[in-house]
Ligand binder design. Sequence first.
Ligand code: GLN
Length: 446
Amino acid sequence: EVFKRIDRVEEKVKSFITQTREHAEAAAANTDRKIAAGEKIGPLEGIPVAIKDNMCTEGILTSCASKILNKFVPPYTATAVDKVYAAGMALVGKTNMDEFAMGSSTENSGFFPTHNPWDLERVPGGSSGGSAAAVAAGEAIVALGSDTGGSIRQPASFCGVIGMKPTYGAVSRYGLVAYASSLDQIGPFTKDVTDMALMLNAICGHDPLDSTSANLKQSDYTKALVNDIKGLKIGVPKEYLAEGIDPQVKERILEAINKLTSLGAYVEETSMPHTDYAMPAYYLIATAEASSNLARYDGVGYGLRVEDAEDVIDMYMRSRSLGFGTEVKRRIMLGTYSLSAGYYDAYYLKALKVRTLIKQDFDRAFEKYDLLLSPTSPSTAFKIGEMVNDPVQMYLQDVCTIPVNLAGIPALSLPCGLVNNLPVGLQLMGKAFDEGTLLRAAYTLE
Ligand code: GLN
């Protein structure tokens, strides 16, 4: 059924860089065999899944939507993907994204843009736009994306699906191509909260191959699927509903707050005074880490290498000039600058201090509240081409999602009504490793 759907809509939506039909059919046949043999099967057995193209899949192209990796076939599989396979899921394809996960619209893909299934003239959000669009269009039942500053939640919001960034360390990053390692986290896209809990059960857990992976007891997230939020305390930071938020988006968020109150939650306004500094701190930290992480693409170990170089330096320079797109180059330059001698203290180190202040804002808020609430994105999906030449405007897409990554906490985006026939996303933010409370509130609201 999913491939029938792909045949019908993929030409217009363009969610996938690579389709893996044979892989999916082999997994489906294996499921059929298990059922025929009367074996006990798990809840995700045979379910079609799409994976963002920055997670390594042995034997299958993993391009990060970059020309520099356009022939990279990894010799190993990311832990999160291995876990998805172990749950018996069928991989339908690798999804389009902003190159190296840098962007908010999937227009920075080195290959082609993805279109929003709700309105094909609009972006699906990004950087995990292909994964969000695939689930929204019925080309996959669930998907995995990665979120460094909002790249799961913002596209989930634009495409009317649920997207979750788990706590930093909850899902192994082994085999996820690094963008900004202290912020990157893998998470699921689903159509309902039950599927979200099942996906978390499948992908969370300690991994000795990732030194930042948390060593916690495996939890059963389906236990959080309780239809009751009476007495739950929810804070609404006023900085997240300030100017810049579309008034109609704000209306939908206020309606959700009313609904939460009527269901017995206690909701009140609060303040997170350092919110305004999150964006500049993020763009210093993320680009600094990216400039270091992307140094490995030198034409030697991976991907593209120009043929006719005069010497090794010429080979590095021209391979990188040809292989990387504009946004990636912009970020490598920004990051290299802020890490350079003389600027390190003024920019990078300062940004790290601001990150601590933001984390402390959350710590203080969570002394009082179980959850925090905001819009996921200031607006609904914008038109393709509208922002692509205005990087700062594009960066502002993530004002509400970025602080969560700086603090390392979990957050999800839940569909919350429509504005002019386009989906709005509600963001719920929780305490570190308290994904359960996020799921409970989302389950009660959906
Ligand atoms: N849009 C943000 C950026 O471009 C976030 C990207 C992400 O989460 N991968 O950096």
